[in-house]
Design a protein around this ligand. Structure first.
Ligand code: C2E
Ligand code: MG
Ligand code: MG
Length: 281
């Protein structure tokens, strides 16, 4: 188990840990269930709006996966994504998500709601040799404008193999796909990649946004916004939970907000209602 893990992570060694052991009976069962869940469309995407702070106009949506489990109800991603990420199951899951999200976006577009749509991708997706090819195929099959598709990935996903990640990002970017750095500020990383990668959005992690009233967090947020703007990037603040935070972010020059203050992640039908209400207001 440790050997496989070390190889998968491109590390020289790894120590055994029950957490990395997908031979663990409980994990094997969960993975088998997840595999059939993907095949049987038992996963659902919820959507959370990203809102432009200056105009209050919708900027796009982020797709967040949930698992409609027959016994456990609606299971949040934190309970199954880490398990899927240990195996190639994450490749199937991500492909399923991209197809589902693009299909939804096409429906919204037909209903007069052209929305930029963001999908989270994992470090392991970038290590999959076929990833770029598969995404290109999906885009071609679905005749989707690639510049309306955003992939969100974390700093740590990039830093696992910066050179490989860069190559893949550039390939997809040439095809029109956009990229956002998720949870910015929480990973150990080098700022130089921001210059080198074809990234267009930077998402400030909600741990900073939650403490915006404190001088140190405010300084980090303001610094990040200025840095991003100087590099020509849009800044999205995650975890905006109240009016005061949205105002403070806007005053700091932050472009876009996302969080419970605007809306919780919701099923696509509800997003359509939410959108219609806002357009009418
Ligand atoms: P993330 O991409 O940073 O997603 C944002 C998470 O913050 C979501 O949790 C969302 O529900 C939550 N959130 C949004 N607004 C607020 C707020 O105002 N306050 C607070 N406290 N939380 C807020 P969720 O849906 O449970 O997703 C958790 C993480 O799971 C995501 O973090 C992402 O890393 C991962 N994830 C979700 N869906 C997918 C997916 O489809 N594929 C992959 N690979 N990862 C996913
Ligand atoms: Mg995200
Ligand atoms: Mg995030």
């Amino acid at each position: 188990v440790a050997l496989h893990f070390a190889k998968a992570q491109h590390q020289c060694y790894a120590l055994y840990d029950a957490d990395i052991d997908h031979y663990d009976p409980q994990q094997i069962r969960l993975m088998a269930e997840l595999r059939s869940a993907i095949a049987e469309d038992a996963l659902v995407l919820y959507y959370q709006p990203k809102v432009q702070l200056a105009s209050n106009a919708i900027y796009g949506v982020e797709a967040l996966v949930r698992w409609r489990h027959p016994r456990r109800g609606l299971v949040p991603p934190a309970e199954f994504i880490p398990i899927a990420e240990k195996t190639s199951l994450i490749d199937d899951l991500t492909r399923w998500e991209v197809v589902a999200a693009l299909r939804q976006a096409a429906q919204w577009r037909a209903a007069g709601m052209p929305l930029r749509i963001a999908v989270n991708i994992s470090a392991r997706n970038l290590q999959d040799r076929n990833f770029v090819q598969q995404i290109m195929e999906v885009l071609t099959q679905m005749e989707f404008e690639p510049d309306q598709l955003v992939f969100e990935l974390t700093e740590s996903a990039i830093m696992l193999d910066p050179a490989g990640a860069k190559r893949k990002l550039i390939e997809l970017h040439q095809r029109g796909v956009r990229f956002a750095i998720d949870d910015f500020g929480t990973g150990y990383s080098s700022l130089s990649y921001l210059r080198e990668l074809p990234v267009s959005q930077l998402k400030i992690d909600r741990s900073f946004v939650a403490h915006i009233a404190e001088a140190s967090s405010a300084a980090i947020i303001k610094g990040t916004i200025d840095l991003a703007h100087n590099l020509g990037l849009r800044v999205v603040a995650e975890g905006v939970e109240d009016h005061a935070t949205a105002d403070a972010l806007r005053d700091m020059g932050c472009d876009v907000g996302q969080g419970y203050y605007f809306s919780r992640p919701m099923p696509p039908e509800d997003l359509q209602v939410w959108w219609r209400q806002r357009v009418r207001e």
